[in-house]
Design a binder for this molecule. Structure first.
Ligand SMILES: Nc1ncnc2c1ncn2[C@@H]1O[C@H](COP(=O)(O)OP(=O)(O)OP(=O)(O)O)[C@@H](O)[C@H]1O
Ligand SMILES: [Mg+2]
Length: 375
């Protein structure tokens, strides 16, 4: 696939140069504001994910990059050039959506070649590029089939091939795998990431699935209500969510009632039972000592103490759910600010060790987390 990759390297590939820049972009539909002064820079070759709940503006931001409509305020640049008024077909973007929208009467090869044909690429070159991209998405030998003769996953690969064959400056993907079953989805995710890395194509990927966002992305922009709430690497947004919304939306979170116990430069300490947990100071700035605060702890960070071993606080097993690789235990306790605590135990004996009704001691299995003032 060197040719596909090479044709893009001319534009930009190194370091921190910006392929797509949204600068204070606002979009309204009638009275409704879908995007509120959104600023976001996507680096060349980066895999950027827009993550957020339904209606938060993800597709709108992607459609603005595609040129399906123009912003009401702000500016969009691709490779440094302002594109606010540049039509879609002149933006050199590849797109793939949830419904693959393949042409049913055309063969796989014709579907893929379509974008080259409208760009007046000669037949010989078209055939070469179609063959190359078919090999890339592992569909060599299927060029003559019609879309209806393909499985859902194969159709998605054709859609991806069609988006890539034009050597786009930017690849825009809107929930491309949401119609696929869980296993197929997982394998398509891995394939997409491998292809994207190989081609170094700048990619903006939209999903409301936080697992997908965490596993695929170089960086994730978490959105809600037309705004970007946090931009960071998957680890940053999972381990250091900036507010309660991000902490609750990205990954499972237990909310524990704690008290602000101390300050120490950039960190504060929160007390939950006998545990003292270090948290970033910024979200608790201005909160007085001993004030109740909410500590957000992931299910894998809570553990059940061995019998007679010291624990932070006590609880009672309310329910168990066998998940194959692990067991989800639901614990009732006074420290939980939400309903029950969710604890993930990898031990295969968890079902018998901690039966429903058992009184258990809880440990917070980390020394750093995040906390926010009680709303
Ligand atoms: N063409 C349109 N006309 C009117 N309102 C629109 C239009 N497109 C989007 N909206 C509104 O703008 C807001 C953002 O929509 P958008 O499609 O960007 O959300 P989304 O984050 O992609 O959601 P989902 O996860 O459900 O796809 C929503 O409130 C939606 O109703
Ligand atoms: Mg959408």
């Amino acid at each position: 696939m060197n040719n596909l990759a090479d044709s893009r390297n001319g534009t930009a590939s190194s370091g921190d140069d910006i392929a797509v820049r949204f600068d204070a972009v606002t979009k309204r539909f009638g009275d409704a504001t879908a995007l509120r002064e959104v600023s976001l820079s996507v680096r060349s070759g980066e895999f950027m994910t827009l993550l957020g709940p339904s209606g938060c503006g993800k597709t709108t931001l992607l459609n603005l990059a595609a040129g399906f409509f123009s912003p009401d305020g702000g500016e969009i640049r691709i490779d440094g050039a302002r594109v606010n008024d540049v039509p879609t077909y002149r933006r050199e973007i590849g797109m793939m959506f949830q419904n693959y929208a393949l042409f049913p009467h055309m063969s796989v090869a014709e579907n893929i070649a379509y974008g080259l044909k409208v760009r007046h690429i000669a037949k010989k070159e078209r055939d070469r590029r179609v063959e190359e991209v078919l090999a890339l998405v592992r569909l060599a030998g299927m060029a003559g089939r019609k879309p209806r003769q393909l499985s859902g996953g194969q159709q998605q690969r054709v859609a991806l091939a069609r988006a890539l064959v034009i050597s786009p400056k930017v690849l825009l993907l809107d929930e491309p795998f949401s119609a696929l079953d869980k296993n197929l989805r997982a394998s398509m995710q891995v394939e997409l990431r491998e292809i994207q890395r190989k081609l170094k194509v700048t990619t903006i990927f939209v999903t409301h699935d936080q697992g997908e966002a965490l596993s695929l992305s170089d960086r994730v922009a978490v959105m809600s209500d037309g705004r970007i709430r946090q931009l960071g690497t998957p680890e940053e947004i999972y381990r250091r969510p900036c507010d309660r919304f991000v902490a609750s939306f990205v990954g499972d979170a237990n909310v524990l009632r704690g008290r602000l116990d101390g300050f120490d430069g950039a960190h504060s300490t929160v007390a939950v039972g006998t545990a003292r947990v270090k948290v970033p100071e910024a979200p608790l700035r201005g909160v007085a000592l001993s004030t109740p605060v909410d500590l957000f702890v992931r299910p894998e960070q809570l553990k059940i103490a061995e019998i007679c071993a010291p624990s932070a606080f006590g609880g009672r097993v309310a329910a168990q759910v066998y998940q194959g690789g692990h067991v989800d235990l639901y614990i009732e306790c006074a420290q939980s600010a939400s309903d029950r605590l969710l604890v993930r135990s990898a031990g295969q004996d968890a079902m018998t060790r901690w039966p429903v009704g058992a009184e258990v001691g809880m440990i917070i299995g980390i020394d750093d987390a995040v906390a926010f003032p009680v709303p």
